[in-house]
Design a protein around this ligand. Structure first.
Ligand SMILES: [Zn+2]
Length: 184
């Protein structure tokens, strides 16, 4: 076996050490080389790639478990969601009990369901576009009622246009562009 060389100066006086790095709830030991000849340091031979990708997979898995717990706390019915999304029965429970692991696309889906829980209702309505629009509007209305969100309604009736302009905005931000409804 040839001696490991510094990728910068070609020197062979390398010191190898391990540094601890926290990713998610786990701590990983990552290799670090320091070249005695030029002072360069780092993971010269990409030995950490495998460890890092393992850590990321672990982090996403843990996040998906947290989402499943949250869905349970929100009393979302697993069987109902699985039915709506055409997922085999007890899939969520198997993930939660670590009998099987969700795939990367499944984890992405869980994250969407976590951020946009009304997507389950969209699926429940067989992805019908009009039903989906109505579910979205209902969600927007529920957001508008929340504290911290304000709205501005302006009635227009002049020579060029007639209608109502409504804008919604977080009170911590400036009002965004107005959207015209029932514009004539
Ligand atoms: Zn060097």
């Amino acid at each position: 076996m040839t001696k490991k060389q510094c990728p910068v100066c070609g020197g062979v006086h390398l010191k190898c050490s391990f540094v601890k790095k926290a990713i998610g709830d786990n701590e990983f030991s990552l290799v670090n080389y320091v070249c005695d000849d030029c002072g360069e340091e780092g993971d010269f031979f990409n030995e950490n790639d495998k460890e890092l990708s393992k850590a990321l997979v672990q982090k996403h898995l843990e996040e998906s478990l947290e989402i499943l717990s949250r869905l349970e706390r929100q009393k979302r019915n697993f069987a109902g969601i699985e039915r709506a999304l055409n997922i085999p029965q007890r899939t969520f429970s198997k993930w939660k009990n670590k009998k099987t692991k969700p795939s990367a696309p499944a984890i992405a889906l869980l994250k969407f369901l976590d951020v946009f829980p009304w997507l389950i209702d969209v699926a429940d309505n067989k992805f019908d576009k009009i039903a989906a629009d109505n579910i979205l509007l209902k969600h927007v209305c529920s957001l508008v009622k929340k504290p911290g969100i304000d709205r501005r309604i302006i009635y227009y009736n002049d020579e060029s246009q007639k209608g109502i302009a409504v804008s919604f905005f977080h009170t911590t931000t400036r009002p965004g562009a107005q959207r015209y409804i029932n514009e004539k």
